[in-house]
Write a protein that binds this ligand. Sequence first.
Ligand code: AMP
Length: 295
Amino acid sequence: MKIIRTIQEMKSEVKRLKREGGSLGFIPTMGALHEGHTSLFQRSADENDYTAASIFVNPLQFGPNEDLDAYPRSEQGDIAAADKHGVDLLFIPSVQEMYPRPMTTVIHVKNGADVLCGKSRPGHFDGVATVVNKLLHIVPADRAYFGRKDIQAAAVLTNMISDYHLDTELVICDTVREASGLAKSSRNVYLSDSEKQEAAHIYKALTRAKALWEKGERPQETVEVVKEHLNNSTTGRIDYVEALPFPSLDPLDTTSNMWVIACAVYFNKARLIDNITVTAVSSYDQTGKKEKSHV
Ligand code: AMP
């Protein structure tokens, strides 16, 4: 595995691999790698001839009061994990390398950024879309792998790739979980033992909601079930619970077959997110009232 820190070298290595033929998979990350990330590396390695990954904690996607400085960093462990899981090129640029001057042109996400995490993190998805656009110009991979856990990022990036006619296929991969059901996250290190046990209820609540959805409950009713379960089983403070069509994330969209029930919960030192996807043949009218029955 090659470790590369400059854009120029990364671009020329990618060009070299492409000249050799074969497909290239790419996984952008912010490091502090865990099994969620390495499952993406492994999937790319299984599906492509070459795999590139990046580690970059992107300042543009952090708000003024967010955890940019405190974001966990573990470069040596990350390098070993990437090497072990099939990464050929590991791109670790500095902030100065990625942003040698303040950006004069940024991407503004017009749709799907004012719901879910976007509500409490204004500008966050502009930062995500801008950095992934930059990265996909440095690494124009055939496929880019993203986790379902960050479903709003997956939605925004699906739309961005389509808007900008990028030649990269976005592949959404299943969320990797602890045995308890808690979604693996770099921020789980901030949970106390008892919070960790409570946080397992996030997935339990979402699973209950999915079961009800499949029995024909309406989006708003499933949302209420998740809220009630979280309030009864955790000390965390709910940021949001929402059910929305994917990838538009537009509550008025009646065409989508896939919906997402998503939530965010604040614990003492960490805000956790999770979601579950559900299928509907039917569409919903604007009040969320079901028009036909579910699959
Ligand atoms: P991050 O380092 O948080 O920016 O995440 C990099 C990529 O890893 C994103 O596409 C995430 O959705 C994905 N990811 C993070 N946690 C998990 C997980 N538990 N399971 C699957 N993918 C994940």
